[in-house]
Ligand binder design. Structure first.
Ligand SMILES: [Fe+2]
Length: 197
């Protein structure tokens, strides 16, 4: 874990750490950590995930003057069954597969339940996505392992190809989604040249 950024070296020195700290240990101390995930993935799985990101549909809840494409699905992890992942059923509406996303009162822009386009079964079946979820789950602390663990997975692409339409999150500020843990993984980043009008 050589790429871990240690934000507060003095704090760790005071605790007399002499070993390299794990992601989980730093998360426990700081509440956040930036690191390189060290799972491996097949070329085929990477292609499936990249293809899905390249073809994400517009998030219908994104503000009109913003650009955000998204798919979302949810699952439960069963810790007592060797961390088995069970994806929750989708809703079919006008031929589209949708997943329910209820953020409660944690997002002032959206207090109602949202119905996002579901992540494809092909992506849900990849070893890459399943390994990533379990790798993240293993870095969590203090969850009740005798209960199903709820997992929400967002595939989000924000982009800007027009000076008047920004690619932003909702809400467009630093925020907490209301879950005990959030893991964000960068899939790809690209520079787009803008013509400013
Ligand atoms: Fe959020």
């Amino acid at each position: 874990m050589s790429n871990i950024e240690i934000k507060n070296k003095n704090k760790y020195n005071n605790l007399n750490f002499i070993k390299q700290l794990s992601v989980k240990e730093i998360l426990e101390i700081d509440g956040y950590v930036r690191y390189n995930c060290d799972i491996s993935a097949s070329e085929e799985d990477i292609k499936i995930i990249e293809k899905e990101f390249n073809n994400l549909k517009r998030d219908k809840y994104a503000l009109e003057n913003t650009q955000r494409h998204r798919a979302y699905s949810n699952a439960i992890i069963l810790p007592w069954l060797n961390n088995k992942i069970v994806w929750l059923p989708v809703i079919i509406e006008e031929g589209e597969e949708l997943s329910i996303y209820d953020q409660g009162n944690n997002n002032p822009e959206h207090t109602e339940v949202r119905y996002f386009n579901a992540i494809s079964q092909e992506s849900k079946d990849t070893k890459l996505l399943n390994d990533l979820i379990i790798s993240d789950f293993k870095n969590t602390i203090g969850l009740n392992m005798s209960s199903p663990i709820f997992v929400g997975v967002h595939f989000v692409n924000t982009f800007c190809d027009n000076s008047k339409r920004q690619g932003v999150a909702s809400p467009d500020t630093l925020h907490q989604d209301g879950e005990p843990f959030t893991f964000a993984h960068l899939v790809s980043v690209a520079m787009i040249m803008l013509m400013v009008e």
